[in-house]
Ligand binder design. Sequence first.
Ligand code: PEP
Length: 253
Amino acid sequence: MRKKIVAGNWKMNMTLPEGVALAKELNEQLTADKPNCEVVICTPFIHLATIAPMLNDEVIKLGAENCADKAKGAYTGEVSAEMVKSTGAQYVILGHSERRAYYGETAEILKEKVKLALANGLKVIFCVGEVLEEREAGKQNEVVSSQLAGSLFDLTAEEFANIVIAYEPVWAIGTGKTATADQAQEIHAFIRKEIAKQFGEEVAQNTTIQYGGSCKPTNAKELFAKPDVDGGLIGGAALKAADFKGIIDAWKE
Ligand code: PEP
């Protein structure tokens, strides 16, 4: 059966000492009280090499928030998938709406990033989701379908097995507005159908589809109770151990 995954996206928050302290706190809590799901923390690049050896790999994995669309060379300021992997990280978030909106990441650029991440042995948390005007126009399915096809549907089924999808309605990210559990279920089921059309039913059933957008300890249980919601990608609530642990614990009875 597919994995349940709760992943934290720290974004551009936390100095190195602050990040180390948060990772240590989470690691201790999850070692003492084992999660019922896979847990990932995705941190700024500068934290990765320091945090990787601190984590108990049985309870918490590490990821980056981005990687370059080029393998190596004269690309000042960029960090390659190979470099991310060399820190000990296992995951990378790609296609986050903030990267698409503020840094001009197109489907083509993301396609290159995905290929390089997979070639270097990283698992990819690939974000899709519509903006408010698209939701209001009823275009959410069309939008996520083209985001999936534009960057992921040239992969082989074997490669796609290392992709986690994060459905993140942009209107719910950092706004305090959460999609209802029914809205999330409806579009997650649609995403799974699109994956099945491309890669077959078995691959689709094995794909983890996370919900992201103002997920909190108070709403996580209701969202995760839906059959096609396999966990969450968590922004703001991943910055405090108690909140993040509260969401992880939504998988417990
Ligand atoms: C995110 O940016 O991936 C996210 C889900 O943020 P938040 O939880 O703060 O809405």
